[in-house]
Design a protein around this ligand. Structure first.
Ligand code: CP
Length: 299
């Protein structure tokens, strides 16, 4: 296998992935979702390393479930209990695991740009499990998968992404991928949480609530400079999906959120498992989507 072909099996982001490639991943995810046998031998004998330099619950565990369902051997790396604590670099860490013979690396990182540099130097396929506020491709893929299942097709949908867009890699990956499918994407954010470099219209909360998909974003307090969020109550009042606001969305519309959730800040507690919420469905869909991504990387 040539290095170019190996690199084509990486998934660093959706901005540069074709519509056809995305469709093929979503179709394969549908296959895996409907596959009756829980554990396969599809990639038996291959080693997958999950390297998380930033905290995660959903992404890390759903990659692990996906890898195990495909029959891979799984290595879980956590920076908190690794030699990163002694000052080892990200590159040396990934290069170390590569030298031990891993076949694919799933990586979550805080800094932007490091993943692209790693992909230039590392020969095994790399999958982006979220890098800074740049991209979270598998989250957007599972979001698109959830929307496609709900509505049959993506073309013509209106998706309103509401909240802390500035710090959101989920918003960026969804924007870049959904637009390839003819989806009308709108943002709704407080002025100090907007990403004005992205060419997207910002709309009022009232207009956002008219969308087919109302995607709420977590207020990412850990990435905020001091003073960005003056009060949780004030945020909820102006930009939160309250029960009162949710009562105004269309009966066919769905509520999404990538989670983790700040309950009663960006979304009211009682809406998380509302009949129109697909939040836990999104999490469930993460497994077949990541099976398709891991299979693409290893086959
Ligand atoms: N949605 C998401 O990326 O969740 P985790 O941070 O728990 O992986």
């Amino acid at each position: 296998m040539t290095i170019t072909k190996l690199k084509q099996r990486s998934l660093l982001g959706l901005k540069d992935l074709s519509k056809e490639e995305i469709e093929s991943i979503l179709d394969r995810a549908a296959y895996w979702e409907n596959h009756p046998v829980k554990v396969q031998s599809t990639v038996q004998g291959k080693f997958a390393a999950n390297m998380f330099f930033e905290n995660s619950t959903r992404t890390r565990f759903s990659f692990e479930v996906a890898e195990k369902r495909l029959g891979a051997e799984v290595l879980n790396f956590s920076s908190a209990v690794s030699s990163v604590q002694k000052g080892e670099s990200i590159y040396d860490t990934v290069r170390t695991l590569e030298s031990m013979g891993i076949d694919v690396g799933v990586i979550r990182l805080k800094p932007i740009g490091v993943l692209a540099e790693l992909a230039e130097k590392i020969q095994v396929p790399l999958i982006n499990a979220g890098d800074g506020n740049n991209e979270h491709p598998t989250q957007a893929l599972l979001d698109m998968y959830t929307m496609r299942k709900q509505f049959g097709e993506l073309k013509g949908l209106t998706v309103a992404i509401v909240g802390d867009v500035l710090h959101s890699r989920v918003a960026r990956s969804n924007l870049w991928a959904l637009r390839k499918f003819g989806v009308n994407v709108k943002f709704c954010s407080p002025p100090n949480m907007q990403a004005l470099e992205l060419d997207v219209p910002y709309v009022s909360m009232e207009e956002a609530l008219q969308a087919d998909v109302v995607m709420m974003l977590r207020v990412q307090l850990e990435r905020h400079e001091s003073g960005m969020l003056s009060s949780a109550e004030g945020y909820r009042e102006h930009y939160g999906l309250t029960a009162e606001r949710a009562a105004t969305i269309a009966s066919h519309a769905i509520i999404m959120h990538p989670a983790p959730i700040n309950r009663n800040v960006e979304i009211d507690d009682e809406l998380v498992e509302h009949p129109q919420s697909r939040i836990f469905t999104q999490m469930a869909n993460g497994v077949p989507v990541r099976m398709a991504v891991i299979e693409r990387a290893l086959s």
